[in-house]
Design a binder for this molecule. Structure first.
Ligand code: GLA
Length: 382
């Protein structure tokens, strides 16, 4: 048996922008999922998970169809199905999953399962796929087999991020720019705060936001909201800020809800690009203060315009900032999961204590803390 690893991710900026053809800026975590896998001659997938109950789940790899496997095993089974559908027939395999990522915490544990298993099944069968193609196949497993209408960020992050970098991904063109991101070197901690409110992307809110964005794009006569980012930036002039240019571009949208959704997507994409540019020039004084400010603006946009935040996240962001974080935002799809805060190392203990105390005072769950270090992408371990 061999073992493959795929990381979870945090996202510095660009939430709900991926399925809109916008920009995202994730980095890979050191934590992730391992898949220990060996081929089987009998065509069965025998799937075990250390963290989940109901083990093992056994299915015939030739009889997989969307909806045929439920729960955690749908992710590895979905990868075998998606590989086969893409012309890379997966054989039977023993698949043992282990993870040190919190599930439902917005750090993409499902994509880490998919990508570790995808690498394993390809290598066992001798398929040498480009990582972008593999990311697309792993995403298909989630969209078409599991039935979660997610975008592309998670699988791209797991397979293509680099250590010491954040990855600016234009989801419209799939163009990637790796930008140096080394918080420790800058005297900072990228603190992931798990609010312990778990989310489930298969629920309706995510799909509802997606539909609203598509409707907004239709009204505006563009193929996707992401397509507007460059156009709006080009019209912003010295006398007009990006925000004002966005308002002008969206004035044709009569529905105030659709206008707010579109504003979030365009501005978050813009912020992702701004942060990437700032990281490229990180030596300039004030860079991380500016990045922190953008994080907090991103959170406000997710809370007020996109309406996917939750009470624990709002409290965490406000408290972390008040205790000295440079900025903070929720990460992932929302309605539960984690907050990412950028904290000067000397204020780390204070921020942690303040957040824990404030949540406890409101009878909210005790948070989990993870000091995130931008880590390498998925790979074989042994
Ligand atoms: C989830 C999805 C991603 C992305 C984020 C929000 O994590 O899996 O595709 O849409 O939500 O940015």
């Amino acid at each position: 048996m061999n073992t493959w690893f795929a990381p979870g991710r945090a996202n510095l900026m660009g939430e709900h922008t991926d399925y809109n053809g916008g920009m995202v800026l994730p980095f890979a975590l050191a934590q992730g999922v391992t898949a220990t896998v060996a081929g089987r001659a009998d065509g069965l997938l025998v799937m075990r998970s250390k963290q989940m109950t109901g083990n093992p789940v056994v299915v015939d790899v030739t009889r997989l169809s969307p909806g045929s496997v439920r729960g955690w095993a749908a992710y590895p089974a979905g990868v075998a199905w998606a590989l086969t559908a893409a012309g890379y027939p997966a054989g039977g395999a023993d698949i043992d999953i282990d993870s040190d990522l919190p599930v439902g915490a917005g750090v993409s544990s499902s994509a880490a399962v998919e990508c570790s298993v995808a690498l394993a099944l390809c290598e066992l069968s001798g398929f040498a796929l480009e990582r972008r193609e593999l990311a697309a196949i792993a995403r298909r497993a989630e969209n078409d087999f599991v039935g979660a209408p997610t975008g592309m960020i998670d699988q791209y992050a797991a397979l293509l991020c680099q250590a010491g970098h954040a990855m600016l991904l234009d989801c419209g063109t799939q163009r990637i720019r790796q930008v140096p991101f080394d918080p420790v070197r800058a005297g900072l901690v990228a603190l992931v705060i798990d609010t312990r409110v778990t989310h489930a992307l298969v629920n309706g809110e995510y799909a509802a936001r997606r539909a609203e964005c598509e409707e907004a794009a239709r009204h505006l006569g563009v193929p996707s909201l992401g397509a507007l980012v460059t156009a709006v930036a080009a019209t912003a002039s010295e006398s007009e800020s990006f925000g004002q240019a966005v308002e002008r571009a969206l004035s044709r949208l009569a529905d105030p809800v659709l206008r707010r959704r579109a504003r979030h997507v365009i501005c978050d994409s813009w912020r992702a690009r701004q942060i990437a540019d700032a990281l490229d020039a990180a030596a300039e004084p004030g860079t991380f203060e500016r990045i922190g400010q953008l994080l907090t603006e991103g959170h406000a946009s997710l809370r007020d315009d996109f309406e996917v935040s939750w009470a624990e996240a709002d409290v965490t962001v406000a408290t972390a900032r008040a205790a000295g974080a440079l900025g903070a935002k929720m990460v992932g799809g929302g309605f539960g999961g984690s907050v990412l805060a950028l904290v000067p190392a000397e204020r780390l203990a204070k921020v942690r204590a303040a957040v824990a105390e404030e949540l406890a005072g409101r009878s909210m769950e005790a948070p989990g803390f993870l000091e995130a270090v931008p880590a390498p992408a998925a790979r074989r371990l042994a």
